[in-house]
Structure formats: structure tokens, C-alpha cells
Design a binder for this molecule. Structure first.
Ligand SMILES: [Fe+2]
Ligand SMILES: [Fe+2]
Length: 344
């Protein structure tokens, strides 16, 4: 694949010839003239999601951290470590993808996504600094290298990202896009549910609030990548290989189950090895349907953590995950929250 020319006066921005990949844009943001209308809608939703991690108080969580069981603390630390890695690599890798997307309206929201991943990375710094005792902090930042199971699963996705950086072939790009969708759509959610599970027992409520904001952003990223994949498929029907996609899902699901069993296991009230497997296969089926593909895990169509959806709900209106695109998010806009300009 060839990346876009940055200065391209010979480009053609006509929406009749615009393509998701392989087009010839001038790179001018004429956002009054867009082909992919869903991108405008998503831009609005993503911008309305603006939030500031420090606006959520974590004092109580810092006191309750030591009241959790040893198993809960192990899961809490390990999941944080995993999330730090995921959002770090997302922040760094999204511009690599954006360089090859030839629709300005989509370039715009990929930039917003990159910025949101940076906020997520910073939110973990705030959580870790506020809650985790000083001597444990570096252990959490380093766990992605020291924990073999965590390392292997991070390596799987990161190597796919790295392969495209090293060799910008069509196949490597197709794999990077699917890997991104898997990261956004499957990898986060056992971890998110762990925090909602704690919150359902009145534990670590501040952390769960941080996670809700992150979760809300991640759902828009899922929609973005699902739409990009579907548009590319329409424009280039052979670009993605279904067998490759199913194989990547299978590896991702197996690793997610292995990791979640390793870090959560059977020692946490409200979660166990069976629910971990059922949830992971359920969410993978759901994501495959979002791509317009057949689910691959027969009999896994019920969310075993349905009762946690109320906690994850950032709108107080029932099933956030199902309805978020239709609901208003204005109540969560924190854009007037910045203070401290005098220091500059
Ligand atoms: Fe993120
Ligand atoms: Fe994301």
C-alpha cells in the first residue's frame, strides 16, 4: 500500500471518487462535503464525550484498596497493567493507520480517537498515583513484560501492528485493522466488567466511574472500526479474508479467556472461569455480527454479566451498550472543567 501524499494539489476530493483506502485526496478538510455521513455523527458523539480524569475523586478508593481481598487486589493491579499497555499502543499506532485512510471525514475522527486514547493513558496514571502504594506502581507498569501470559497476548496484537510498520502490504493493513477492532471490541471487556463487579458490591466506585468514561469512548472506537471495515469491504470485496478474520478472533478469544482466568479466576465474588468464557465468546459473537459476519461460538448469545450493565450505564437509561448511539450524552460533557490557566 502507498501512504497518502501530504501536499497533493493534484488530488480529487469529489465524493463520487472518494475511497476509504487507495483514494487520492488533497487532504483539505472540507467537512461540508462528506461521503461517509456516519463519520459526522460519530465526530459529534466523540466530542461530546470529553472528560477529565481528575474530576472524579478517588480518595475513597485509595482507602478501600487495602480492604479488598488479595485476589481482588491482584486482579485490580493486573487489569490496570493490561489497560495501560492497550491504550499506550493505541495512542502510538493509530496515526500509522490514519496515514493510509483517504477520506478526510474519517481522518478527523481517527485523530479524535488518538487523542481519547491519550486521555485514557493519562487516566491510568491518575488512578495509579491516587490509589496504588508507591512501591507497587512500577510493578504494574512493568507487568506487561514480567507476566508471561500477559506478554504473550500483548505480543500477538502488537506484532500485527509492528508487521504493518515493517511491511506496508495490503494483507498486513487488513490484519492491522482487524487487530484494532479486536482490541477495541473484545480485549477490554472482561477487565471493565471486573471493575463493575467491584462497584456492584460498593467497592472502588471512583475507579468504576473512570472506567465508565473510558468504556463510553471505546464503544465509539468499535463503531468507527466496524464502519471502516464495512466500507472497505464494499469498495474492495477481496481486501479482507474471512478465514483470516475468524482465525484472528479465535486467537484473541482464547488469549482473553486464558488471561482473564489467570488474573480473575474463580476467586472473585460474582465472576468465575465459566462466566469469563461465556462472556468472552458472547462478546466475540456480538462483534462478528457488527461486522456483518456469522457468529463463531454457537450457544453463546447471552451476556452472563447482564446485571452489570446497569452499573456500566453512563446515562441512567438502561442498556447503554445497546443504545448509546441513540441517547444524548450532553449531561456528561465536562468541557467547562478546566482550571489552572494562570500557571502557564
Ligand atoms: Fe482507550
Ligand atoms: Fe479505543
Amino acid at each position: 500500500m502507498e501512504d497518502k501524499k501530504l501536499f497533493n494539489p493534484e488530488g480529487n476530493d469529489n465524493i463520487q471518487v472518494r475511497k476509504m483506502i487507495g483514494g487520492n485526496p488533497t487532504n483539505l478538510f472540507n467537512l461540508n462535503n462528506v461521503k461517509y455521513k456516519w463519520a459526522n455523527k460519530l465526530y459529534r458523539i466523540m466530542m461530546e464525550n470529553f472528560w477529565i480524569p481528575e474530576k472524579i475523586p478517588l480518595h475513597d478508593d485509595s482507602r478501600y484498596y487495602n480492604e479488598m481481598t488479595a485476589a481482588e487486589r491482584k486482579a485490580y493491579d493486573g487489569i490496570l497493567s493490561f489497560l495501560v499497555f492497550l491504550d499506550s499502543i493505541q495512542t502510538n499506532n493509530l496515526p500509522n493507520i490514519n496515514d493510509f485512510i483517504t477520506a478526510p471525514e474519517v481522518n478527523l475522527i481517527l485523530s479524535i480517537q488518538t487523542y481519547q486514547e491519550a486521555i485514557h493513558s493519562q487516566s491510568y496514571a491518575y488512578i495509579i498515583e491516587s490509589i496504588i502504594p508507591a512501591e507497587r506502581r512500577e510493578v504494574i507498569y512493568d507487568q506487561w513484560r514480567t507476566d508471561k501470559i500477559l506478554f504473550e497476548r500483548n505480543k500477538y496484537i502488537a506484532q500485527i501492528y509492528q508487521d504493518f510498520v515493517d511491511d506496508e502490504s495490503d494483507r498486513n493493513f487488513a490484519r492491522v485493522i482487524i487487530a484494532n477492532f479486536l482490541l477495541e471490541g473484545v480485549y477490554f471487556y472482561n477487565g471493565f466488567n471486573f471493575f463493575y463487579d467491584l462497584a456492584s458490591r460498593n467497592l472502588m466506585l471512583g475507579t468504576a466511574n473512570e472506567i465508565k468514561y473510558i468504556n463510553r469512548d471505546e464503544l465509539t472506537h468499535c463503531v468507527l472500526f466496524a464502519n471502516m471495515i464495512k466500507e472497505i469491504r464494499k469498495e474492495k470485496p477481496d481486501f479482507f479474508n474471512d478465514e483470516d478474520i475468524y482465525e484472528m478472533f479465535r486467537v484473541a478469544v482464547d488469549q482473553e479467556i486464558e488471561w482473564s482466568k489467570h488474573i480473575i479466576g474463580d476467586a472473585i465474588l460474582g465472576m468465575n472461569e465459566k462466566s469469563i468464557e461465556a462472556y468472552t465468546k458472547f462478546i466475540a459473537n456480538k462483534r462478528l455480527r457488527e461486522l456483518g459476519m456469522n457468529p463463531m461460538y454457537e450457544g453463546f448469545d447471552v451476556n452472563p454479566y447482564k446485571h452489570l450493565e446497569k452499573i456500566a450505564d453512563t446515562h441512567g437509561q438502561g442498556d447503554t451498550k445497546g443504545n448509546f448511539l441513540e441517547t444524548t450524552v450532553s449531561a456528561y460533557n465536562q468541557s467547562s472543567a478546566v482550571s489552572g490557566w494562570d500557571d502557564f
